[in-house]
Design a protein around this ligand. Sequence first.
Ligand code: CAA
Length: 440
Amino acid sequence: MTEVGIDAIEIRTGNLRLDLPNTFAPQKGEDPEKYTKGLGLTGSSFPDSYEDIVTMAANASHRLMERKGLEPEDIGRIDVATESAFDNSKPVSTYVAGCLEQVYEGDFHHANKGERKFACIAGTQSLDDAYNWIRAGRNRGKAALVIATDTALYARDDPGEATQGAGAVAMLIDEDPDLVSLSVEQGYGSADETDFLKPNQQFPSVDGKRSVQVYLARMREALEDYKSVAGDIHPNDFAYGPFHTPFPGMVRKAAVLAYRNLIRDTDIADVMAEEIGEQPRREEFADDEAFFDALTEYTDALSGTERYQDWYTATIEPTLGIAREVGNWYTGSVHVARISALRHAAEHDTDLAGQRLLVGSYGSGAQAEIHTETVQGNWREEIEALNVDEQLESRYELTFSEYEEIHDAHNHEMDTEVEELTTPESEFVFDGWGRMGERK
Ligand code: CAA
């Protein structure tokens, strides 16, 4: 069976940077270490006044098409995943196609366009849709362009404000991919939850603490479901585990849960049983509360073991490098984590071809998906073609008052305009609602 997966990938960050420990924390009267050590964040990407989900998506896609030498006729499908859409009828992909058609001779009239919504997991769902479309043989030899784009902004003074971010990830999905192939097997955990909602409102209503618990519960279910179709998997089967990263501290919690789940019924379980005791099982306890207390105690002990810490350092920590500097990109977040991991491997001259990734996606509301990916032979060339450092380093550093002004300017309920803080060059820019993507 021909492999299908991600052939190429590009990112586009918002052009502004908010320093969380040094600029944001002091204004909030908070200890900078809440950000650096607790949440695991140093900076967050923020959109300049001329940037939005369309411009970031179009800029990432344009770079990807140029680098791969693609024309519109090579692309048979454009899907945008976002939870920051501004149009309840016309999908964001049509706006993005409109931008790209300004710079290519051909157009995308033949391409199937759509928009996917399920909070942050929608990026992975769009990836799955493209995979299925190609596998079904409906792609007529063309590739799919999948774009995950979000301005992850919270109302000012909401606790979520600490975890904001803005950016887009564009992915080319094709047969014989250069970067990673996707597994046929997937595992899901899904439930009707109300911890994070945006019912016809720009900024989310969030029950932050509960949202963390829901993430963990759905991820545990998805791991169980994955194992039910793929069989037991060993934690050491994977080079990296890119997970949805609203902030790195969340992944710290998810990783130990995943490890606890994955070591059950493996040789590691025996070693751990000797070191910290057996994993508690529900049937051994009279009620849920007693069981969860025992599980928490076991998980804490597990996270303190050398074996777990070594696994975390090798498999999870490298996925968090970019997230620490950009914050939450919602739909793009797990795809940023994959890029972080592959960049880490390239920087350390690791031979990754043929190795596997354990990919954990999550969206509030809520659903988790586990699938695995196999790194392809040309991965290094692909990943080294990205200009992530250049983009991150050239962001404009916001003062707190500039941050307040630009936040107000992006707030749809406020009629505030601000000067551009950066100068867009050869980029798609937002120039007023309804006049998307005018090229400066
Ligand atoms: N030194 C070291 N650590 C510190 C510290 C200090 N001085 N001060 C605080 N911390 C630690 C805390 O102990 C805590 O860590 P633990 O959870 O491991 O205990 C961490 O820093 C955060 O501190 P708080 O819990 O006090 O922070 P908070 O009350 O401001 O809320 C939050 C944190 C709930 C995540 C909030 O930022 C929020 O609501 N974020 C948006 C929702 C979100 O991202 N949820 C994640 C799951 S849902 C999801 O993943 C979908 C999505 O993308 C939104």
